[in-house]
Ligand binder design. Structure first.
Ligand SMILES: [Zn+2]
Length: 143
């Protein structure tokens, strides 16, 4: 039925009431295996299936709506996507204060699961709904 035999992946998608298509499975498989954030280009280049840009965008948009994927903010205009940690107990607090580590050498990206405590009220008098922190540095592999 599907080119992929990864039943646990398919089960996870089914748990989230994902309507399965070849493209969605292909994109989700890449993101799951990558353990870092991927750009649309990287997904297109690394996929075993032939995926065009529109298909990748559509799949990612769908996963974003389902809460399965997060966009990693960056200031370079090249959004990257990572598997959401929404199954984690910290998901609620992460929605409010979300931190990412990005390696400035290899672009390795991870979501920091521990709640990040910043006294935002000390920084600004404005009301903050959402806070995304990007911590840049050198990852273990690049040291
Ligand atoms: Zn690195």
């Amino acid at each position: 039925m599907y080119a992929y035999n990864d039943q646990s992946l398919i089960n996870k998608l089914r748990e989230h009431q994902v309507h399965l298509t070849q493209n969605r499975i292909a994109v989700f498989k890449l993101l799951t295996e990558s353990k870092t954030a991927l750009s649309v280009c990287t997904i297109m280049n690394q996929s075993e299936s032939i995926l065009d840009r529109i298909s990748v965008y559509r799949a990612l948009k769908y996963f974003l709506q389902k809460g399965l994927v997060e966009i990693v903010p960056n200031n370079k205009g090249n959004s990257r996507y990572i598997i959401a940690s929404s199954n984690n107990v910290n998901a609620k607090s992460r929605d409010e204060k979300c931190a990412y580590f990005i390696c400035s050498t290899c672009q390795h990206t991870e979501i920091i699961l521990e709640p990040v405590n910043i006294k935002i009220e000390l920084l600004t008098k404005n009301h903050i709904n959402k806070c995304s922190l990007i911590l840049e540095g050198i990852c273990g592999n690049c040291k």
